[in-house]
Design a protein around this ligand. Structure first.
Ligand code: ZN
Ligand code: ZN
Length: 248
C-alpha cells in the first residue's frame, strides 16, 4: 500500500568543513527520528567519506539513508548525486576525487573535515580541500551519474550562488535530471512563479542542514510503498502511483 514518507534529501555531516562538528551519524539520525523524517539524503561537499558510518548506524533506525555527494562542477554549480549503496557512492567518489584539485584544506580558515564512526568518534581527517570546484562540467556529471544508476538533483536552484540557474542562467535540456531542489529561502509557489519552465520538473525542497537545528524543516514527502531506493527513483518519475509532493 502506498503511504506518505517525510524526506530531507540534503544534509551535511562534519566531513563538510562548513558543517558543525556535532553533525555525526547518531545525532543526525536521532534528530531525524525526533522530526519523524523517514528518508535522509546525506551529501557532503565532493566527498562521501562518512557514508559508510551513516549507512551502518541507520540500520538501527526505521529511516532510509540515501548516500550521496554534493558535487561542485567546473561552472561552480552544486549538484546532489545519490546512489543506491555504499559501493556505488564510493565509485562516484573515486571519480570525483580524480577531478578535484590537489589543494590542502586549511582547517583554521575553512573548518575541519572529520571522518567519524557512527557515534562520532574521530577516525581521521580529510586533508584535501573539499570546498572547491571539480573539473567536471554539469554535462559530464549528468552522464557519469546516469551510467552509475544514480539520481541527479541540481541543488538550491533559487540561490544566487552555486546554483545551476545562477551559474548557467538555465537548466540545459540534455541533462538527465531526476528532480530540482529549491532552498528554504523561498516558497514552492514563489519558486514556480519566478523560474520559467520549472513546472516540468519534479520539485523537492530540503534543509541543506549544516547544523542539527537546521534539520527542523520538513516539507518534502514521498508517496511510495516502502523505504527503498527503487521506490524513490519511481516516485521521481511518477511511476505506478508514486510521487513526490511539497507541503507548505
Ligand atoms: Zn550547496
Ligand atoms: Zn549543501
Amino acid at each position: 500500500m502506498l503511504a506518505e514518507f517525510p524526506a530531507d534529501l540534503h544534509i551535511h555531516t562534519c566531513l563538510s568543513p562548513c558543517a558543525d562538528d556535532d553533525m555525526v551519524p547518531i545525532n543526525i539520525l536521532n534528530m531525524a527520528k525526533l522530526m519523524g523524517t523517514k528518508i535522509l539524503g546525506v551529501c557532503d561537499h565532493n566527498s562521501a567519506k562518512n557514508a559508510k558510518s551513516m549507512l551502518e548506524t541507520a540500520k538501527d533506525y526505521d529511516i532510509l539513508v540515501i548516500p550521496g555527494i554534493e558535487v561542485q562542477s567546473a561552472e561552480e554549480v552544486h549538484m546532489l548525486c545519490f546512489f543506491e549503496n555504499l559501493d556505488e557512492v564510493l565509485e562516484w567518489q573515486e571519480y570525483v576525487y580524480c577531478c578535484l584539485p590537489q589543494i590542502e584544506n586549511k582547517p583554521r580558515y575553512f573548518g575541519h573535515q572529520w571522518i567519524v564512526d557512527g557515534q562520532g568518534n574521530i577516525l581521521g581527517e580529510e586533508n584535501r580541500m573539499l570546498l572547491t570546484s571539480t573539473s567536471l562540467t554539469v554535462e559530464e556529471i549528468s552522464e557519469k551519474v546516469s551510467k552509475l544508476n544514480g539520481l541527479l538533483i541540481p541543488a538550491h536552484v533559487d540561490r544566487k550562488h552555486y546554483s545551476i540557474v545562477s551559474q548557467l542562467g538555465f537548466i540545459p535540456e540534455k541533462l538527465k535530471i531526476d528532480a530540482v531542489e529549491f532552498s528554504r529561502a523561498i516558497s514552492e509557489a514563489d519558486f514556480r512563479k519566478s523560474f520559467h519552465g520549472i513546472n516540468k520538473y519534479t520539485l523537492i525542497t530540503s534543509s541543506d542542514a549544516h547544523s542539527l537545528k537546521e534539520m527542523v524543516y520538513q516539507k518534502t514527502f514521498f508517496y511510495i510503498e516502502s523505504l527503498e531506493y527503487s521506490e524513490i527513483a519511481m516516485a521521481f518519475r511518477g511511476l505506478e502511483g508514486r510521487n513526490v509532493f511539497i507541503k507548505e
